[in-house]
Design a protein around this ligand. Structure first.
Ligand SMILES: NC(=O)c1ccc[n+]([C@@H]2O[C@H](COP(=O)([O-])OP(=O)(O)OC[C@H]3O[C@@H](n4cnc5c(N)ncnc54)[C@H](OP(=O)(O)O)[C@@H]3O)[C@@H](O)[C@H]2O)c1
Length: 319
């Protein structure tokens, strides 16, 4: 588990600007579970963070000064930027944002987590009306969107989350059909069986570990298991050994597929358009946990692994 001592807050001079560059100040900074995987030297689909250098990730920023013809001071931009309050960047690192929705949405429902929910569920889960879908990490940034899309598709949705507040949010606001607080259940296998009397057709897996083991034992024939994330294992130093699900997968002719949202980058426009339309029509509701203060980045990031957030977790800078 990372601790605050793994982080350092420093002041450095802002480099002078060249042609084609922008001086930007961060407005919203995203903290995401995948960043934990980058705090290691293990080979992955994204490079490791370098010790002594700033972390980076999704940032919504405001242009303070522009040396690029397509941008003016005051523009809002989105990019993969460093965890810095102010920085000089190449204008090609960012895209200009429309200010028609709250700017934080571009890091959540209309950004990477929303697209992860949309493509993972539709392309791998292929949900059909009337089917039962189980979503773990259901009250998080990705999970809350998955639950709602599955309901739009006419599925029966069972959401798993880790606190009574999250359970109430899933039930009362998102209208999820059945909810399970995994912290207060002793026998998750039986609890899931009870919540899914017709079995599990689609499992959207955000957390892995024992919760997923319990879901696997309830899958139906031709079930689809979407491996989106395994947050319960990200702080493990050893590879855990659990039940091996392969015999069950054979018996049930089930599909289990992992994915990275960037696999679908060529279709992000389609995804954002659909999510924005559902949002505009009131078919998607949205929740964020916003923490104020750039200096709160480390503890906020660590909070992801303690379930501190409902919906998308973000830092809002004081600048
Ligand atoms: N494949 C991709 O391209 C892609 C893209 C984005 C995200 N992801 C993955 O999707 C998952 C969700 O990401 P997100 O951004 O939406 O995060 P999130 O769900 O908003 O936040 C993390 C949540 O995970 C839960 N959690 C933390 N530790 C846990 C544990 N040991 N066991 C069970 N649940 C635990 C907590 O909720 P509770 O209170 O409910 O425990 C916490 O609030 C992550 O695994 C992430 O890595 C994958």
């Amino acid at each position: 588990m990372p601790t605050a001592t793994n982080f350092e807050l420093t002041e450095v001079p802002v480099p002078s600007m060249k042609e084609g560059e922008l001086l930007v100040k961060a407005l919203y900074i995203s903290v995401d579970p995948y960043m934990r995987s980058r705090m290691s030297d293990a080979k992955s689909y994204v490079p490791s963070f370098e010790v002594g250098k700033p972390m980076d990730g999704g940032v919504v920023a405001e242009v303070i000064e522009s040396r690029h013809p397509d941008f003016v001071a005051g523009d809002a931009v989105l990019g993969h930027l460093q965890w810095q309050e102010i920085q000089t960047i190449n204008a090609q690192q960012v895209t200009k944002l429309e200010k028609t929705v709250p700017l934080s949405y571009y890091l959540g429902i209309l950004g990477m987590p929303g697209l992860t929910a949309y493509f993972g569920l539709n392309e791998i889960g292929k949900p059909v009306a009337g089917e039962t879908i189980v979503v773990s990490g259901a009250a998080g940034a990705v999970g809350m969107v998955v639950c709602q899309i599955a309901r739009i598709k006419g599925c029966r949705v069972v959401g798993i989350a880790g606190s009574d507040e999250k359970i109430a949010y899933l039930k009362d606001v998102l209208k999820v059909d059945e909810v399970i607080n995994y912290h207060s259940e002793k026998n998750m296998k039986a609890t899931i069986a009870h919540a899914c009397p017709d079995g599990v057709d689609v499992y959207y897996d955000n957390v892995g570990g024992e919760i997923s083991d319990a879901v696997f034992s309830n899958i139906n024939k031709f079930a689809r298991i979407i491996l989106c994330g395994q947050i319960s294992l990200y702080n493990n130093t050893d590879i855990p050994v659990g039940p091996r699900p392969q015999p069950l997968m054979v018996k049930k002719s089930a599909l289990m597929q992992g994915f990275i949202v960037s696999n679908y980058s060529a279709r992000f426009g389609e995804g954002i358009q659909q999510l924005a339309q559902w949002l505009g029509e009131g078919k998607l509701s949205y929740q964020e946990t916003i923490v104020e203060g750039f200096e709160k980045l480390p503890e906020t990031f660590i909070g992801l692994f303690h379930g501190k957030n409902t919906g998308k977790l973000l830092i809002k800078t004081n600048s």
